[in-house]
Design a protein around this ligand. Sequence first.
Ligand code: 5GP
Length: 176
Amino acid sequence: MKLHDKTFEPFLSKEEIANRVAELGKQITQDYTNKELYIVVVLNGAFMFASDLVKHIQLTSDMSFIKVSSYQGTETTGIVRDLIGLEGDVNGKDILLIEDIVDTGGTLSHLLKMFGDRGAKSIAIASLLFKKEAYQKEHAIDYVGFEIPNKFVVGYGLDYDGLGRNIPEILKLNEN
Ligand code: 5GP
């Protein structure tokens, strides 16, 4: 498949994603039994993952959406901008941050600091994808869908310069 100037090839199928997302939801439900969750979805990329994941989280949950951006094209800029800030009070709450992908971890540390400063009781991270080799931080990623190599991917919410978010599977950049 071609998006802008680049071609992408199949990487994770719809079925693989659906199965793993269901497992994660079940795990989160078990881990938070008898607790209330405050779910924060990190837009834009996590919208599709979050929409599927929360259907498998059988807990009373509040949900909120924030938007951050650090990427331009296929490269991280290293600068995280808050595009839509957090509404609502997270003080004393158990937070589950839903991310599409953790790469260097820059976005994540920015968010962890923001939620820590606001008095969150606990913060867990659910990320569909994790580029372990690229990760430069210490904080563990609590719920990882798939550990993937350090390659650029699109689909299932993730874009390449605006395109590809609606693709129901995950594709990776063809570097040949
Ligand atoms: P980090 O701050 O961890 O370096 O990068 C996290 C953000 O970069 C993700 O939320 C995502 O928006 C973007 N990102 C990182 N790797 C990829 C990738 O392979 N494909 C796409 N489409 N976005 C990525």
